[in-house]
Design a protein around this ligand. Sequence first.
Ligand code: ATP
Length: 508
Amino acid sequence: MNEEHFKKIISHSKEFGFIFPSSEIYDGLSATYDYGQNGIELKNNIKKYWWKSMVQMNENIVGLDAAIFMHPTTWKASGHVDAFNDPLIDNKDSKKRYRADVLIEDHIGKIEEKNNKDVKKAKKRFGNDFDENTFRTTNGNILRRNEEIKTIESKMEVAFNGDNLDAIYDLIIELGIKCPVSGSNNWTKVRQFNLMFSTEIGSLSDDSSKIYLRPETAQGIFVNYLNVQKTGRKKLPFGIAQIGKAFRNEIIARQFIFRMREFEQMEMQFFIKPGSQKEWYNHWKETRIAWHKSLGFNNEDLRFHDHIKLAHYADAACDIEFKFPFGFKELEGIHSRTDFDLKQHEEHSKKKQRYFDPELNESYVPYVVETSIGLDRMFLALLSHSLKEEELENGSSRVVLSIAPPLAPTKAAILPLVKKDGLGEKAKEIYHSLKLDFQCLYEEKDSIGKRYRRNDAIGTPFCITIDHETLEDNKVTLRERDTMNQKRVLIKDLSTIIDQKTNMKTLF
Ligand code: ATP
């Protein structure tokens, strides 16, 4: 756990208007956050890039914006009323509550960490001759630990797939897992806890008026799939994408915006011919990991994690995990959901959810492969990856958010060296000429050095300084965020230069 870095991300987010605790003047509301002036720009840019990649760049994927409230039977059909539970366990000494599966996975993570440490040590010892693959497949300690992990995983699989809460409890005891707060293993039994928020619609308060805040955006897509297919005259395979809020009453909401009770998802359901799910599942795994890499994430910061405990609807599932400051955790899920959801809706609504396949001349319920990414988690991954403190040649240091320029909240900062002598007016003129194409900001307060630092800290790729010479030669000083190089360029060339670096096209 890189606690220092994580703390910096949280304080930086607040100091520079990315994220504020919700209703802070009332001391905040746990696990709920508001996005500030820079946060909303970054968030919108992530959405825009996702939407372009998934909808605009795929001729067979279209968008949708379904309501958050849905008919309550939706959640009966989807299984969320009966099975959207987390197994929770309390430590009797610290009174802290944990998710039982997370406790076991963290335990496995610690064993993996030991392996990684051994690899690191050996790397140091053997230098250039070191072959990690051979070491990992022959070293006695590593092999023994891998066996240990396998045994735990298979016990976990049996316990979770059989919904055997006692066996999960037994495994926690057997592994000697202790509460990180009290240090004891004085645990309660494992219990199930439903994660959906409910409220009432209208003024009646009987059971028929109870509705839920959607815990995922996917069901809005499923219940509309025939609407889209018919009105859009779509042929299989085709996809429907949606970005929207989802709500979960998480037992332990923590780790900043990683686990919130109100969050945003970017989901795409891809409807396919039964039998082709393996091929499409692999296709979307590859496509989605490539998307993450296009944003500059390092290979060693991303990995696939196959699910041991498959959800009730899935025949294959994996996560794309990102190395957050608190370890590798799920960023995106890719799930082969079979025909489970559509069949359930067919049964509960009594309306056929079949697709007529003109090639086969028959009707069937399509299979679905889903990609589901948390927008807030993506935001946190980008901050974790991009926020750096750099030592400079002159011995000073700077904080810089070296985020991919097309995602940067502000593309260019327009800075008159001083406000007087007509420089302010000239700078405003430049600001107005660029603002239609780029998110820009105009700043005249503080020394130019301080303004550069502030813009580095929010990830602005370009600073444009207007000085006295500008009035004579129509040139400005263009400073680039990453290299800190400065050069004089003509005002008329600014738009092209900024576009070359910040256009989303550069990511494709
Ligand atoms: P976890 O195991 O971390 O609870 P999950 O497997 O329940 O996540 P999914 O149901 O697959 O998550 O949801 C898809 C995506 O939505 C996740 O990959 C994650 O990025 C995001 N997500 C899920 N729950 C939350 C939350 N409480 N806060 C923020 N993002 C979330």
